[in-house]
Design a protein around this ligand. Structure first.
Ligand code: UD1
Length: 436
């Protein structure tokens, strides 16, 4: 019989101490495919060791890349001799960020064959803006039987003007990937501005690309002949840091969160301050300290620098313990409140109406068996378990392990009572994993 793993948490202990944040998942999952564009060795530091990055590295290796770990968070990727060929489609299908292979392969080979990225677990997640961008650059794209076929008729893409109808992180990064080796200039208008977009641009520029304006809504890419190897350090993970910030506040603890860029956290820090939590910024760390009773707040998720959708499940858990009624409005996805039912199993009172979750605070949580519905919903369940009276068991933790390096160990070092236990696998859930 096969066994799966679950988290078992005995709640009620305030988190105290220091935690060091790993490299940003959403930057790493674009930078790994970006190394396909480079002829030479990319030394990448601050690489998070999570299952999403492991899967992408495996995909690159199967395409012929040489991947060498220098230490736990530094790797060398050498794609000099990679040739166009079939990628491991079963792995691609499991991970959302495999869509970056479309842009990277098109840029490197003038053609690409990938699967459609992982499906819609919080509403429909089309890639029409990615396709619109690639087509503007001259690619012919066909989506058939779950595969994406792309080809530049003359073997090379050409620069173009692209207006994104929707602010999309993935489409912005994918078009950058496709355009760095194209001929001429590409302009992306209405581009997303997330920190990981700036990080991808900085990575590519350090390897010889000419990407300007990342972090604003107009990005200009001047195509270059080739990219060369180099060394680059990935930025710290905004969402991992935010998760520990909320966990500190929710457990009434005090945690120094190290290796962060406080500016990237302002959208989260400000909302925490509104709840009455103390957040102090230092050069590359933030201190979060609980202070008295939590106050209700209203939140609307928006593209950066707005409040990140990837932090709303964790904040919802915190607000279950605030005084009064808080409202969270989801501004990015159609259906990102599946976790509400799990929180309610623990005694919370969260009502979902369309794109709004109405959270009646002041209900203390009690431990229960719950599920991680997706990566960030899983993190929210962990925070709920840490706050709850009694024992919480969280199944489907493979979602959580896609995005949090050493989650259990880091929490234990902060004083949490959390461990991993096994349970028999009597489902076929493993084939349905979807990444965010
Ligand atoms: C990325 C992140 C995810 C985060 C999200 C929003 C990765 C691997 N994932 O996802 O963690 O929650 O940004 O910050 O980096 N859309 C379209 N057409 C498109 C593309 C997007 O309609 O072609 C829509 C989406 O359905 C969604 C919105 O635009 O409603 C934003 O999506 P997008 O920013 O592209 O998110 P992802 O890149 O999928």
């Amino acid at each position: 019989m096969c066994f799966l793993e679950k988290y078992v948490i005995k709640g009620g202990k305030p988190l105290k101490g220091e935690v060091t944040i790993s490299g940003a998942k959403n930057a790493a999952v674009a930078i790994i495919p970006a190394s396909l564009l480079v002829k030479g060795v990319c030394r990448i530091e601050n690489m998070p060791h999570i299952s999403d990055t492991d899967m992408l590295l495996t995909i690159l290796k199967e395409l012929g890349a040489k991947v060498r770990f220098i230490d736990n968070s530094t790797i060398d990727i050498d794609c000099t001799n990679v040739e166009f060929g079939n990628a491991p489609f079963d792995l691609m299908r499991k991970i959302r960020a495999s869509y970056y292979l479309i842009g990277a392969m098109l840029g490197r080979f003038g053609k690409a064959k990938t699967t459609m990225p992982g499906g819609c677990n919080f509403g429909c997640r089309p890639i029409d803006q990615h396709i619109k961008g690639m087509e503007a650059l001259g690619a012919e794209i066909n989506v058939k039987n779950g595969f994406v076929y792309a080809a530049a008729p003359e073997g090379k893409l050409h620069g173009s003007f692209i207006y994104l109808d929707k602010v999309s992180v993935g489409a912005t990064m994918n078009i950058i990937l496709a355009s760095v080796l194209a001929t001429g200039r590409t302009i992306i208008e209405n581009a997303a501005r997330e920190p990981h977009i700036v990080d991808l641009a900085n990575f590519l520029n350090s390897m010889g690309a000419d990407v300007r304006g990342a972090g604003t809504d107009t990005i200009k890419v001047n195509g270059v002949e080739s990219l060369h190897g180099g060394t680059y350090a990935i930025i710290p993970d905004q969402i991992e840091a935010g998760t520990y910030m909320v966990a500190a506040a929710a457990t009434k603890g005090e945690v120094l969160i190290k290796n962060v860029i406080p500016k990237h956290l302002e959208c989260i820090s400000e909302k925490l301050r509104e709840t009455g939590t103390i957040v102090q910024n230092f050069e590359d760390s933030v201190l979060v300290r609980a202070s008295g009773n939590l106050r209700k707040v209203n939140i609307k998720t928006l593209p950066y620098p707005g409040f990140p959708t990837d932090m709303q499940p964790q904040m919802a858990t915190l607000l279950c313990q605030a005084e009064g009624t808080s409202v969270i409005t989801e501004g990015i996805y159609d259906n990102r409140f599946k976790y509400a039912a799990e929180l309610n199993k623990m005694g919370a009172n969260v009502n979902v109406e369309g794109k709004m979750a109405i959270i009646e605070g002041g209900h203390s949580l009690t431990g229960a068996p719950v599920m991680a519905c997706d990566l960030r919903a899983g993190a929210a369940m962990v925070i709920a378990g840490l706050c709850a009276n009694g024992e919480t068991e969280i199944e489907d933790i493979h979602y959580i392990e896609r995005g949090y390096e050493d989650f259990v160990e880091k929490l234990r070092r902060l004083g949490a009572d959390i461990c991993i236990a096994e349970y028999p696998d009597d489902t076929d859930k493993k084939d349905n994993v979807i990444a965010v």
